[in-house]
Design a protein around this ligand. Structure first.
Ligand code: ADP
Length: 372
């Protein structure tokens, strides 16, 4: 019988699982938040992922449940597991991607290198941390942040006063890491425990949003690559992650790497692998959650580059941009998410590969620029 994979959430990550699911002969079904979502093509249900009965009804139509995002509440996830549903990643793993304080505590327990941090419940505790860390720090809301929302660099506790007022819960405060660049390490892990590692990549953020990715991370020697991979494997195993795991990392001037945060699903830092690796992350995620043998994560080229298309053109102009980008850059792989343009919104990306990094970067940027 055809294995049915259910994806909760109808964004572009669910959308990009559709093509590999078709190729693998899997039946993919999506629980979308609304009509007209990016993954509309496979949307078999529309409803609220926070509502247990909605999710339960969807889960009853599939063999395994996975996700496009990490926002399904723990109560819903645990009820599914109690019902006997295969949920990957499961709630025990997902809690560490849902709450940055819970993650920091667990990583400390595992001895994984991370920035200095503390849980602070009031302004006095935050000010004390700031004073102890050179007069500045990064404050984060533990839950619900994405793309830099819920992250604030502060020099004074007053700058987070609204967050203390809004939530009675503790905030996460971290040292402001002086990093030379940001990296990401991806691992795929099956329920049986089999794991494969992608090469560590460099990610470039603009305004808190991933803008570009270079794979592998330029200049990454054996030592750095092995360090990133072993941190990734340790986290995947230690947290019991199933599916794709992305570990966002800071590389410091003195060649240390520190864990920033985790994502337990395909991740923007892995889009390059669609066209640049033997097995792309979306196919790999499906294999992992369906407990099928994992694919080879080896790059197909010396260099792969991903440039996000952010914002997108004014209404009606999309086809013209697409035509021009394809005409001028036939070697660029253009991925479009079917989302309406809005300033800063991720509406697509461009992948390129080659044996010359500068060429690959130039082509990806040039093709993406057509959509600006
Ligand atoms: P989000 O969950 O919104 O992606 P992150 O925790 O990844 O938030 O932070 C977003 C960005 O803010 C990071 O990519 C990094 O550029 C910056 N940042 C986060 N934490 C720190 C830190 N402790 N020191 C320096 N920069 C940080």
């Amino acid at each position: 019988m055809t294995l049915r994979v259910g994806v909760i959430g109808g964004g572009q990550l669910a959308r990009m699982m559709i093509a590999p699911a078709v190729e693998l002969g899997l039946d993919i079904r999506v629980l979308a938040e609304a009509e007209g979502m990016s993954a509309q093509l496979a949307a078999s249900a529309v409803g609220d992922y926070r509502d247990l009965e909605t999710v339960r009804a969807f889960a009853s139509t599939v063999d395994v449940v996975t996700f496009d995002h990490e926002h399904v509440p723990q109560t819903v996830l645990r009820a599914l597991v109690d019902d006997g549903v295969a949920v990957h990643p499961g709630p025990d793993a997902l809690q560490f991607a849902q709450d940055k304080l819970v993650m920091r505590e667990k990583l400390a327990e595992l001895g994984v290198p991370q920035p200095d941090w503390a849980a602070v419940s009031d302004s006095a505790a935050l000010q004390a941390f700031i004073d102890d860390h050179g007069g500045k720090a990064v404050v984060k809301t533990p839950r619900g942040g994405y793309d830099g929302k819920g992250v604030r660099v502060v020099r004074n506790a007053d700058e987070a006063a609204d967050w203390f007022l809004d939530s009675g819960d503790a905030l996460l405060v971290e040292e402001l890491v002086s990093f030379s660049r940001e990296l990401a390490q991806q691992i795929a892990r099956r329920p049986s425990g089999q794991m494969v590692a992608y090469p560590v990549v460099e990610t470039v953020q603009r305004d808190g949003v991933c803008a570009e990715v270079f794979a592998p991370a330029p200049g990454a020697g054996e030592r750095l690559s092995q360090m990133a991979e072993s941190i990734g494997r340790q986290i995947a195993e230690g947290l019991g992650v199933t599916g794709m795991l992305a570990v966002e990392l800071f590389e410091t001037d003195d060649e240390r790497i520190l864990v920033n945060e985790l994502a337990m699903r395909p991740h923007n830092s892995g889009h390059w692998s669609q066209d640049g690796a033997v097995t792309g992350q979306f196919e790999q995620h499906l294999r992992a959650v369906a407990d099928l043998p994992l694919g080879d994560p080896t790059p197909r080229a010396d260099w792969s580059v991903m440039v996000n298309i952010l914002g997108g053109p004014a209404q009606g102009a999309f086809e013209d941009c697409f035509d021009a980008a394809m005409t001028e850059h036939p070697d660029a792989k253009i991925h479009i998410y079917g989302k309406a343009a809005r300033p800063g919104r991720k509406v697509g990306h461009v992948n390129t590969t080659g044996d010359d990094l500068d060429d690959a970067v130039y082509t990806a940027r040039a093709a993406a620029t057509h959509f600006a």
